[in-house]
Design a protein around this ligand. Structure first.
Ligand code: SAM
Length: 211
């Protein structure tokens, strides 16, 4: 995501009721934050958050947490969040590499990765959100029967992920190279990037992984 620093973004995030401050304090107790025992699903790299807010509107019986590391990007999500009445979604401003400090083993039911940064250079492979480095983090927090759902229009990152996932002893359960013309696309919720790239004619790739 192209990044322009917005003055005051950090302060606004630090004062927002929609953003969990010091998320480590809630480790093992996320049910208390939401006030129920519903499953918790997270999106890593939510950008402006349209996807996860739409899921929260459609599925009031599921709790959602959107994670974005850049305050200036998250700020855009907060502006949209203020327009909707929802009690089942929060945001966190943090790097996903530290998610093990925020969730206990098994506390997360599903992880969404949407249009993650491709990091095409080999020396940056560890930064890819489907690298073994990040799969180890997801392994720490995801329920035994939990899944990771990954969408992208980037063929290089998708093909890399089809290899990195089994190499890390996970399983690719399902995948498609054309989500919008495949049964896997049923009920699909589009992200900001998905809307943009599919309108340019790019096919959208999706995989679902578990272990
Ligand atoms: N998911 C959105 C969509 O599909 O429209 C945004 C896609 S954007 C290309 C990827 C986002 O992931 C960026 O906003 C970036 O800051 C965020 N991101 C990348 N690596 C991250 C990490 N390690 N932790 C948290 N956020 C991350």
């Amino acid at each position: 995501m192209r990044l322009r620093h917005i003055p005051g973004a950090e302060e606004e995030i630090a004062n927002s009721l929609y953003v969990i401050q010091n998320p480590q304090e809630h480790r093992g107790k996320w049910n208390q934050v939401f006030g129920n025992e519903n499953p918790v699903e997270i999106e890593v790299g939510m950008g402006k958050g349209r996807f996860i807010m739409e899921l929260a509107m459609r599925n009031p019986q599921i709790n959602y947490i959107g994670i974005e590391r850049y305050p200036s990007v998250l700020l855009r999500g907060l502006q949209k969040r203020a327009e909707v009445e929802l009690s089942n979604i929060y945001f966190m401003c943090m790097d996903a590499k530290n998610l093990g400090e925020v969730f206990e083993p098994g506390e997360v039911s599903r992880i969404y990765l949407n249009f993650s940064d491709p990091w095409p250079k080999d020396r940056h492979a560890k930064r890819r959100l489907t690298s073994e480095t990040f799969l180890q983090v997801y392994d720490q927090i995801l329920a035994r029967d939990g899944v990771v759902e990954f969408k992208t229009d980037n063929r290089g990152l998708f093909d890399y992920s089809l290899e990195s996932i089994p190499a890390a002893n996970w399983r690719v359960k399902q995948y498609t190279y054309d989500l919008h013309n495949d049964p896997m696309g049923q009920g699909n919720v589009m992200t900001e990037y998905e809307e943009k790239f599919s309108s340019m004619g790019n096919p959208i790739f999706k995989l679902v992984a578990d272990r």
